[in-house]
Structures are given as C-alpha cells and as structure tokens.
Design a protein around this ligand. Sequence first.
Ligand code: 3H9
Length: 692
Amino acid sequence: MQTVQTAKRGAIAILTIDNPPVNALAASLRADLKAAVESAASDAGIDAIVIAAAGRAFIAGADISEFGKPPVAPILPDVLDAIEGCAKPVVAAIQGAALGGGLEVALACHARVAAPAAKLGLPEIKLGIIPGAGGTQRLPRLVGAAKAFPMMLSGEPVSGEKALALGLVDEVSDDVVAAAVALAQRLAAKGAPRRTGEQEDRLTPEDRAAFEALALDATKKSGDMPNAMALVEAVRNVFTRSFAEGLAAERALFLKLVADERSKALRHVFFAEREAAKIPGIAPGTAERPIASAAVIGAGTMGGGIAMCFANAGIPVTLIEQQQAQIDNGINRVAAIYEMSVTRGSLTPENRDRRLALITPAVGLQAAAGADIVVEAAFEEMGVKQEIFSALDAIVKPGAILASNTSYLDIPTIAAATNRPQDVLGMHFFSPANVMKLLEIVRPTGVADDVVATAVSLARKLGKVPVVVGNGFGFVGNRMLEQRTRAAERLLIAGALPHEVDAALTGFGFKMGPFAMSDLAGNDIGWRTRKSRGKTAAVADAICEAGWFGQKTGRGYYIYPEGARAGERDPEVEALIACISKEQGVTRRSFTQAEILARLLDPMVNEGARILEEGIATRPGDIDIIWLNGYNWPAWRGGPMHWADSVGLDVIVRRLEEQAAESSDTALEPAALLRRLAAEGKTFSELKVRAA
Ligand code: 3H9
C-alpha cells in the first residue's frame, strides 16, 4: 500500500502522508515520500509541492522500532536532501504533531504552515539520542541557536502559535493545506526556493554568545548525559563548520548514541509505557462510568494527597474524616502544600484558590453519598477497611466505584464486606500522592470490566501513569521492594555498611539508597509493619529499639547534625551492626559496589519473575513502568526487568543460586520462569503478552 498519495490542485502537487497510527517514518514511507517528491519535481505541469498528512499527527518522527536494526534505504537524511534540493518550492502543511524526524521533514521544506494547536518539537533527547536528520543544523538556522538549543535540550514541543513567534513556521492557519497551497503558489512565482541549509543570517555573534552561555549551564547540569553533550557539540558546529560538515557530524553522533545502552533502555520505556495502557481482556473503547465527583476517606498524608489529585484535575472531591479536628488538620496540610507551590512560583494564587474550593471537608461517611467514586485511604488494617466498605455499601449510590488505596491488603476480602464486589478495586497511590506518577490499579477477579477501564482512564485524567495489576500481597511494587529491603539488611549483617549499600544504588542512578530513604520516611513505619506481620529484621529492629527513627529524631542509620538533611556515618550504628553480625556467628567481609548492587537487585528481579508467573503483572514492561514511576528507578536503566535482560538472565540465575546457597532465605531460589528463560537463552522482553 502506498503511504503517500499525490493529488494536484492546479500546478501544485499535494503529497498526503498516510501511515497510521501516527505517520512514523518507516522505510516504506521514506521510500514513498522520496519517490513522490522526485516525481512531482520532474513533472513539468507542477510548479510547487505541498507535503501534508492525514490523521492526528503530521509525522511522529522516525519509526523508533527500527532503531538498532540495520538501516534500510533510503535513510531519512537522503529523503530530506531530495526535499531541500528540489528546484521547486516545497511547503509543509502541519496539522498535528511534527516531532523528531517529522519536524526535520518540515525543516527541510522551503516553508512551513502550521495549525495553531499543532505540536512541533525535537524530543530525541528523551530517547537518549539527538536529532539525526539535520534537526541540530536546520533549527538553529531558522530560529537562532539560542532558541533552538533549549528546545532540543528539553525535548518539549511548541504550539503552532509559538512556532510562528519563533520564526519556525511562516504562517498559522486552521486550514493548513489551503494556506500551504497559497504559499506554495506565491513562492513558485518568486523563483528559486530559499533553502534552510543556506540560511546564516540568524547565526550572529550575539546568538553564539547566548548559545554558549546555555551550553555551559547544560554542561554543569547534564554533563553526565552523553546525548546532552553531543547536542552541545552538534549545535556548536553551526558556527564552526559548513552545513554539510555539520550534518555529517550530527549523523555520526546520532548513530553512536542510538547504539548506547541508555538509548536502548529509553526506547524500551517508550514502548512499555504504551503497552501498559492495554488491559488484557478489556476491549479498547469499553464504555466507562462517568466520574463527575469523588470522595476520599481519610484525610491523612495519603488521603489529602489523593484529594489534591482530584482537585488538580478539576474534579470536585469530598475529603472525609471521623472527627472535625482530624479533617481540620487534613485540610490545613493540603492548604500548606498548595501554599508552598505558590511560594515557589509553580502555582498561581488563583489556581490555589480554585483547587482548594474543589475540596469539601466533611465529617462522617454519609458525605460520600453522591460521589461517583470513593477512594478509601484509611488506616491500613483489614477490620477498619471492611467496616468502612460495609458502611459505604449502604450509603453510596448504585454504580459508584469503590476503591481502596491499601498497599498490601487483599482486595476481595475488602470487597466481600459489600454487596457489590463488582464495583470494588484497588487504586494504590504512591506517596506523596499529589507528586508520584504511579497508580497501581488492582484488579481482583470479579470486578466489572468497565470499572477497571474507568479507573485507568480516570488515572490518566489525574495525570498518573496507571498500571493494571492483579491482587496479591503487596501487589507488584511493594512486593519487590520488600525483597530489596531484606537484601539490604542481609548485606549489613554480612559485612557491608549503610553508606556502602546506599552508594551502590545512588551510583546506579537512584536518587537515594534504601537506608537514607528509610531514615527520611521514618524507620518506625517498617518496624510497625513488621510487628503487625510477626516479622523481624535484626538490624532494623535494633535501630528502632534505640529510638533512632531517622531524620525526624536526628538519628537513624545515619546521624543528622542539627539542621542537616544529609546524614553522616554513625560509629554507634556501625558498632551495633558489627555486634549483630557477631551474635549471629557471621564473619564480616567486605563487598564491592558491584556485588552489593547485584545482591540488592537480583532478588527483586526474581520476585518480578514470580509476579509474572502468577499473572499479578501482565508484562515485564509493566513491572518496569511501575519501578520507573513509583520508585525512582532511573529511566535510562529501563526498569528492573530490562536491566536483568541487559545483564543476562543466566548471570542473574547463577548469582541467585550462589546467594541461596549461603542463606536460609528460600525467596532467593531462582523462580521457575527465570530458570526457564535463562536455560533457553531468552530475555524477559521476549515474553510479550498481547492484550485483547
Ligand atoms: C527521531 O525522529 C529521530 C530522528 O531525529 C532521526 C532519524 C534518522 N515510532 O503515543 P501513542 C506508536 S526519534 C514508532 O499512544 P498519542 C506507539 O507505539 C522519534 N511507533 O499516541 C503506539 O503504538 P501502539 C522522535 C510510534 O496519540 C501508537 O503509535 N519522535 C512512534 O497518545 C500510538 O502512539 C518521538 O519521540 C514512533 N515515532 O500520541 C515522538 N510514535 O498503538 C513519539 C508513536 O501499537 N510519539 N508510535 O501501542 C509521540 O510522542 C506520540 O506517539 C504522539 C501521539 C504525540 C505522536
């Protein structure tokens, strides 16, 4: 099938790109576009060419799934040479997203018309690369390097209107094709087209100075990101090299970055995010229940944060507590958080007022009666939850969705307290709920499909990344986190120290290690949970027994001198750990950072494999998205399952076997799925499940 259709309007050829869903520049489209341009160029009856597109996107860029595979001719730069080198004017008619290679097509044209709301950008940086088809050379020539560089460094698109102001497009019109045809006619009447690559007038000494200042700042902030530095180098070439040399240098940098593990990981994330949006067994377009209002039960830190999510999305929400004093505290906490955003300049006072006005404080569950969805964020105890759900059952209207924000508890047991288990599911927010992107949507057997579909779509409206998971203790994220927490404790007893364990994770790219994190959150939280589950952890328990709850008490795994946020090594804690090792008859030994990392992450991967075996997560990519958005796993590491693939599953199995042999923890035995994949020489990524 042809991906480009040519129509003639007088002496103007209109080439319409049609390669659903988003007109990505796959090999067939590249070939068709080049052929169509060449054919129109050699047609004596044609004076000028318009490149337009069907569908919601103009062109979403290069076909990301082709990266890492052998290139198929014609490569994009060759297509763009044909466009830019065309003796007849070529005008781009941009009706939707022109991103990456899509914008590069438009930049190679001799003029551009965009719809006011079109999105124009070079988001390659987010994929660990830089533009590879002339973007770094042509965009600065059109708008100046000082404006082009930040656009490419952030990867954020601009609207058609903004593009006009920048000089990136020549006109804005609601009817881009008609406007592009008219512009093409005018340009044809003028004679030879003006090529972007030949324009130098924006590249002034002032522009260069402004660019260098931005480049210096970027080097300070992102010096460790190879693509940010490659971008600086590529853009600088517009001042120091010819256009042709600049293009060649950009291409070389692009190819090097595409082959980098970081870019592979970020591409995996791109596709995993989109896969996660597909829910097995639920057809896309399943009718959803309308959500015009919400109620949140419990105005603690979590409940308040959840209420803010609704208010931020413009959905009126009733925040409910048992007593006036509790609800007053809750509302005050919410108001204080909004106030902080106003002080920081990220929220206007008007928006603060609008959001606060959407949150109605109330005492008593009766206030949830009119809500379309109720999210319960009460005390983490089954009895409490059941009591609330049973009461809600008698209060809320038929068809309302009842969601629990529990982190661990069994959703069907909670649902059994109602006469409408088909309306009950889990919506597990992460703390702070108004900030963290992840939302685990827990789908127990028996819940209605439209309830799940509604929860997923609501999550998106709340600005969250929803991942549908099965019901099971700790669901996905916390269940894997528990393995890491246990591994960290084991490492301390075996000979490592808190700062060494933390350094292994920060060195890997996490913002914080497990002990610094625990000190921040409060060590007493885990202690209480362990006690309620009859579990112990020798070091963690001893730290709490000493009253060292973390930052809030000035001491935890580290000591926090007055006012300091970063902890310092605490000789008393280190002596305590050594003492526990001795008590347990362990001869302490030192660990390399690589050993520590493997011991922390391998058990998580193993648990991830079990989670997949049990069907609690649908795809390995879902687990990765959970860790990226809920636990600050560094995006350029692709998530735990992608990381395991990159290490090699046979290596992970061997390391786990070694650990299992020296420990009594049966959780360290490699999961059957992990063993099977390793034996077959396969990766998790080959396990893809197609959603219906
Ligand atoms: C580049 O251009 C490099 C060049 O400089 C150099 C070249 C030499 N490729 O997001 P959606 C699929 S790098 C392949 O849900 P929306 C996507 O997987 C590229 N596939 O839609 C999904 O598939 P499925 C720079 C792609 O309406 C379907 O399309 N460009 C691509 O919410 C729908 O996607 C970018 O980074 C692609 N480029 O959003 C832009 N794009 O249905 C990437 C999408 O099977 N794209 N798919 O799951 C986007 O930002 C959004 O897709 C867009 C539409 C805003 C366009």
